[in-house]
Ligand binder design. Structure first.
Ligand code: UDX
Ligand code: UDX
Length: 471
């Protein structure tokens, strides 16, 4: 099918490249001339696994880039809107980009079109998009508006797209649902997965995925409710982690114990320094605003947001407790992206923490495998951007782990120990086992677990039942 995707950011670019991989002819539209030139020139503007392969495979063939929205609409059966929906000062979603795209689309309708919301938008947006297009004189039966929310996690966005748990199609007419069913048919009929050149299947994926058809309003709510639920799970476990620290329990053990209950599940139960990124913080505020407008005070979401803010402050206190005073201290920082596997620093708790530490007078040497360049734009004074974890540790009073990059979980601990001025590691992502770190000579602080030091390790070893029996 011929498809247009409007907005070639984190979501639109991945969606466009994946649609091309399913066999569709895709025009990716953007207003940013520089971005378009870079994409046309073969550059990959974001760090996303498998995206370079897909762009390489389809660029200039089934995937083309353009700034001409109306021509793209005229050429396409379906138009996916994937422009940004940033928060306003009141926390609502700013839908002005969506509105301006809807207005432009209306002038180019030359036959039945399905207009699909891919951006995360509040419930009722599909109604508004429809109204705007009608207001601009498109005939009522010449188009439908659908909601097809994305559930793409940055870093694994391509495999999340191609191996989804489910595909949600919010369509208010069978004609419209049929178009979306056809677009996703290579996934739902399993033919994509039989292809020799299919992007490899991730471990947990079940294929083929189900396609769930709902009303447009329900689909809009599914998106907000999913993100709010996931954020709630993270805040819940972060709150439990705080109790673990206070009573001497181990949050990893608690997670294992509750996550194996199939009603709860183990995923999104990792405690840390709080969730960030371009979605959870913004979507929670927008969902709360939508609820309020509809007459429901969603106070649970207030608490989820409060716990998340508090989690960062707790981590700062941990740094203070470990180092006493902060002014003039040199800290190595591992990770600036809001999570591992991406170069995105939007609402990154790691960046926020570094900013707070700088305010307290620390000097920071930071390393991130992908987000260094972007972080340079927002972090200026007293941050030295270095090229490896060991350089970040060199001469530092302590090492902070702020992003769960895989490479940070596989460091050469002996080398790290030699590089640090004091062997103190404060791990906001629980990448290491406390006993193992203490055995390597580190004083190790993490989230929801007791601090471990070489001394506590020696004492524990002496009194452990196995050693007592031996003696
Ligand atoms: C998306 C969704 O839009 C957002 O709702 C969701 O919650 C997260 O993901 P994202 O892809 O991350 O946003 O945004 P961004 O990377 O900023 O990309 C948006 C693109 O749209 C940009 O390239 C921008 O130039 C383009 N754009 C914006 C247009 O082409 N036209 C416009 O009118 C506005
Ligand atoms: C999210 C949604 O998961 C995805 O479905 C889509 O709607 C876009 O928004 P994304 O923001 O890319 O994806 O990343 P995600 O993996 O959800 O992580 C969000 C934040 O939560 C990160 O800061 C991450 O570090 C944190 N997180 C995640 C935890 O602290 N603990 C966890 O167990 C999982």
């Amino acid at each position: 099918m011929r498809l247009a995707v409007v907005g070639s950011g984190y979501v639109g670019l991945v969606a466009g490249a994946c649609f091309a991989d399913l066999g569709h002819e895709v025009i990716l539209v953007d207003v940013d001339e520089q971005k378009l030139a870079a994409l046309q020139g073969g550059q990959v503007p974001i760090h996303e696994n498998f995206l370079p392969e897909l762009l390489q495979r389809h660029r200039g063939k089934r995937l083309n880039f353009s700034d001409d929205l109306q021509a793209a609409v005229r050429a396409s059966a379906a138009v996916f809107i994937a422009v940004g929906t940033p928060p306003t000062e009141q926390g609502e979603a700013d839908l002005s980009y969506v509105e301006s795209v809807a207005r432009s689309i209306s002038g180019a309708i030359n036959g039945y079109k399905v207009i699909v919301e891919k951006s995360t938008v509040p419930v009722y947006t599909s109604d508004w998009v429809r109204k705007i297009i009608l207001r601009n004189a498109a005939p009522p039966d010449s188009f439908d508006v659908a909601s097809n929310p994305e559930f793409l996690r940055e870093g694994t966005a391509v495999t999340d797209f191609l191996y989804p748990d489910r595909i949600v199609v919010g369509a208010d007419s069978e004609r419209c649902a049929a178009v979306l069913r056809q677009i996703y048919a290579p996934l739902t009929d399993g033919s994509y997965y039989r292809r020799a050149d299919a992007i490899p299947r991730p471990d947990r994926a079940q294929v083929p995925p189900p396609l769930i058809v709902t009303s447009a309003k329900s689909a809009e709510l599914i998106k907000h409710a999913s993100n709010a639920f996931l954020a709630m799970k993270i805040s819940f476990i972060n709150a439990v982690a705080s109790i673990c620290e206070a009573v001497g329990a181990n949050v990893q053990q608690v997670c294992q114990g509750i996550g194996t209950d199939s009603r709860i599940g183990p995923r999104f139960l990792s405690p840390g320094i709080g969730y960030g990124g371009s979605c959870f913080p913004k979507d929670l505020m927008a969902f709360r605003a939508v609820a309020r407008e509809s007459g429901y005070e969603f106070r649970l979401l207030d608490e989820v947001i409060r716990i998340n803010e508090d989690q960062r402050q707790r981590f700062l206190r941990k740094v203070r407790n470990a180092l006493w005073t902060l002014r003039g201290k040199r800290l190595g920082v591992l990770g600036l992206a809001f999570k591992g596997g991406t170069d995105d620093i939007r609402e990154s708790p790691a960046v926020r923490l570094v900013q707070s530490l700088l305010q307290e007078g620390c000097q920071v040497a930071a390393y991130d495998p992908a987000a260094g360049e972007r972080a340079r734009e927002v972090l200026t004074s007293n941050v030295e951007f270095v090229g490896s974890a060991y350089e970040a540790a060199r001469g530092a009073d302590a090492l902070l782990i702020l992003t769960e990059w895989e490479e940070f979980a596989a460091l050469d601990l002996g080398r790290l120990h030699r590089e640090l001025k004091y062997p103190i590691v404060i791990d906001g992502r629980n990448l290491y086992h406390p006993d193992a770190m203490a055995a390597q000579g580190f004083t190790y602080y993490s989230v929801g677990r007791q601090p471990a030091t070489p001394e506590t390790q020696a004492a524990d070893a002496a009194t452990s039942p196995r050693n007592l029996k031996k003696s």
